[in-house]
Design a protein around this ligand. Sequence first.
Ligand code: 13P
Ligand code: SF4
Length: 357
Amino acid sequence: MVNLATNSVSSENRSLVSQKYGAIEMPKLEYTDAIARETAHIYERVSHVIPSIEWPFFAPTISAINKLKKQRNAVILAHNYQTPEIYHGVADIVGDSLQLAREAANTDADVIVQCGVHFMAETSKILAPDKTVLIPDMTAGCSLAESITAADVRGLRKKYPGVPIITYVNTSAEVKAECDICCTSSNAVAIVESMGTNRVLLVPDQYLAKNVANQTDVEVLTWAGACEVHERFTASELRDYRRQDPGVKIIAHPECTPEVVAEADYTGSTAGMINWVKTKRPEKVMMITECSMADNVASETPDVNFVKPCNLCPHMKKITLEKILHSLLYMKDEVIVDPVISARALVSVERMINLNS
Ligand code: 13P
Ligand code: SF4
């Protein structure tokens, strides 16, 4: 656990934060009867996945964060891959990349705390440039966002003149600024088909691009990026699981390889997968994605049996309750996007949002 009493914020920085946002004292993080009562309704939601013996470690921080959110007029946007104590304990809005982007554009709060990875916080800042956008760990990256630069996109423009360039939202603001439009896993096929051309470039996820290509007549050119979490699943391991357990339903994220997707009963964004489980209520399901998803849905669908495999996203897991508390107390780390880049990236993001609304 991060030792908040000896956090890395210097006294000089603290005084700057106090002047700008108002000082708030570090709350006492004790598990008292009052905290137990106050958080009992939250524990009910996670009791399926968090043993009662662990609750005294989480509850005081959850209570402190929920109070601080009001004091700072902050909203917590949490991706579906966040751990259950964040997802069910402190998040105001949960969702996939598209849902979180929409909420960032519409929130009335002064402060957005993005519990997800850096490109998600940047997207919020692009859509809400006047808000203070905080990320509890600035190093929470993404292998897809790392795989392509703005210079790479400029190179593609030269190589394929006139071919529209669609960027998956898992990219930096600089890359979004160079592309024509964004897409997420929940709208990629619709965005590709909306371009009105026979050929598009869809960067940087080669597997998402190939999975989209399998669902459309448009020719989809790819880039060599991949999600380090989803590319590890293999079709043969899924076939083995199905042989061992013929009744199991398998649902996969489109960042998996096309061979894995071909083995799945359903493929969709993280929100699409959650929705599928909530509406189909399979007896047994295997979610071929990040591990926390199953825990988060399991809390809401106790009648469904979730079976492995899953893989952890090391970047998503950098966000913890302690760091969220730290973020709200000391208003860090603030996500800043160069205004010129931001304005150009906004065109790509808004085109996507407007096409889908
Ligand atoms: P979703 O938009 O489906 O939530 O995906 C984001 C992501 O990073 C999945 O790895
Ligand atoms: Fe990036 Fe993959 Fe992690 Fe999603 S799961 S944030 S695509 S590394």
